[in-house]
Structure formats: structure tokens, C-alpha cells
Design a protein around this ligand. Sequence first.
Ligand code: FE2
Ligand code: FE2
Length: 364
Amino acid sequence: MTEPTKQTAESYVVLAVDDQPMIIEAVRRLLVSDTNAQVHGCSKAVDALAQAIKLRPDVILQDLIMPDGDGLNLVSAYRSHPVLAETSVVVLSSKDDAQIKADAFARGAADYIEKLPPLIEFVARVQHHARASRAQKQLVATAVAIARSEEQAEWAETLIFRMVEMARLRDPTETAVHVKRVAGISKILYNEWAHKHILAEAEIESQQELLRIAAILHDVGKVGIADAILKKTGKLDSVELSEMERHAEIGESVFSGSRSVLDDPAAEVALCHHEKWDGTGYPNKLRGENIPLFGRIVAVADVYDALRSRRSYKEPWPRERIEKFFADEAGKHFDPELTEILLSNLDKIESVCLEFSDVENDSK
Ligand SMILES: [Fe+2]
Ligand SMILES: [Fe+2]
């Protein structure tokens, strides 16, 4: 039996199905001028489908009248087999009959060639159908790869929200809608910042996606903080406060030992989202641009969302009060450039926040 042939990028496989060995030989000779063509022959209609399935050719040249089977029925059989979905089926016949030609096309033939045409025309037609078949195979392979990567991205995102859900069991303020809003705001801030700094579109695309996921996980380190502190309703004393502040370093440690492109940005955001531009933040009292960009962005987004939301200890702040707060804190708590970007994009930011408003969760 014929084995599937190894192919290079340019090579293609032709299966000639004809009861007359001399026609198969003629096809072989016609295509000998094209070194990319690998010709296989099959002289029995009963074997043709099985051989085609095994060989997975780019082009099948199918005779119409064979003693042990009907060529048109074979065209239908190839067309309905999923393994041959991208194979070009070409009828090769001595009959010049419009009705038969129409029937062949109706059954899914890609072409009808009266045997045997001049060399130059024959080779050109076979090459054309081989290219069409390879292009179709490439298209299907790309679609499969995209579907697979989309599926994997969906699994990853589901797992990430499960992690957020675990953190919320410990700290009820860390709701899914809060982290989605922080992620959405961070993405807008980064996008505006990156365009202002004339970064390449491809880099902006990939970085903003990493930031979005890292922002979702900004407070995941809170899982390492004791319940007595996390769930305390009154004000924390200084010891409790410094224990609470450990969530930044615990969060960083969750993403240590960089195993994927997400780990470094997630570690950076977890560690640096409470640093302040003037060096009075925690845990490392970093100052200005020594604070990584993603940390500076999530710092703005996290505080913005906290101020606009209802919490157990406060009502949502009105927009003017938030604007004044950020204007006052630019260059103190927050990166002045990012604050400026926030204040000039508030409508866009609010529309993202409204997408993720959940009355029940929002009010926590
Ligand atoms: Fe935090
Ligand atoms: Fe937060």
C-alpha cells in the first residue's frame, strides 16, 4: 500500500486514478518536468478511496469510466470524506459531454480536463490545483491553531478568576468586578501612555494584555494575610498595618521563578501597586520612575476604583471630588503623567467601569 509521502513546502502529491496504466504513466511523464510533483497511481476504482485517504494527496486526477466503478461516484466519495476536504479533485476524461461535465462539477470536482492536453497546459492546471489545495490546508491549519489558542486563553482566564475568587473568600473587597474594573482602567491608561510615547502597535497589543491580567491579580497576595487583620472592621493599628502591607511581597512571591511571560509583570504589579511617586509608599519606598510602569498604572487604577465605589466605610465619591483628589496627589502619590492621562480620559474610563458594575458586589 502507498504510504503518505513526506512533503516540503513546495512539493505536492498527485494521485492518478485510471484503469489504464499507460494513462497513469503518461501523467507521470507529463509531470516529470515539475520536480515538486510526486505522482502516485491507482488502477482499481475499488481501491481508490482507501488509497486517497492513506495518501492524502493535494490533487486527485480521476478517470470517469472504469471497469470496476464509476468515476463520478468516486468524486462524490472523495468530497464527502473529511480527510480529503482540502484535496482538489480533477476529472480526467476522454468524454467531451456538457452534461457529464456539469455533473462532475455538481459533485464537487474542481476541474474537468479532457485527456490528454498539451504538456504546458496540463502541468499549469495541476500546479494550480495543487496550490489551491495547499492554500486551503494552510487556512484550515491556521484556523485550528487560532481556535486552540483561544481555547487555552479561555482556560487560563477562567483559572485566573478562580484565583481571584479564592482571594475574595479571604478579603471580600477583592471582588471579580473590582479587579475587572482595575484591569480595564489600567489598560486604558497604558494604551494612552504607550501611544503618547510612540510605541509599536504590536508591542502595545501584547503588553496591554499582560497588564490586564497582572492588574486582575494585583491583590492576590492577600491570601497570605491572617483573617484577624483582613476581616477586622475597625482601624488597623501600626503592627496590623505593617502585617497587611506584606500582601505586596506575598503577591510577588506567588509569581517568582518566572515560568511564563505573565509572571514578571504580575510580580511587578503585585509588589509595586502601593509604591508612591514621592517615595512614601510601600514596601520598598521606591520613587518616581524607579517604580515600574505597570506598578504606577495599577496604583492609579486601584485607588480610582476604590474612590468611585461604595465600601463598608465610605460612600462612592462624586466625580469632582475624585478629580480634585487626583489633581492634588499628582507628583505626590501618583505619577503626574499618568494622573494627567486619567483626568483627560475619565469618560472612557467610566464607561469601562459601568460595564463591570455589579450592585451586589460593587457595594462591598
Ligand atoms: Fe493592594
Ligand atoms: Fe484592589
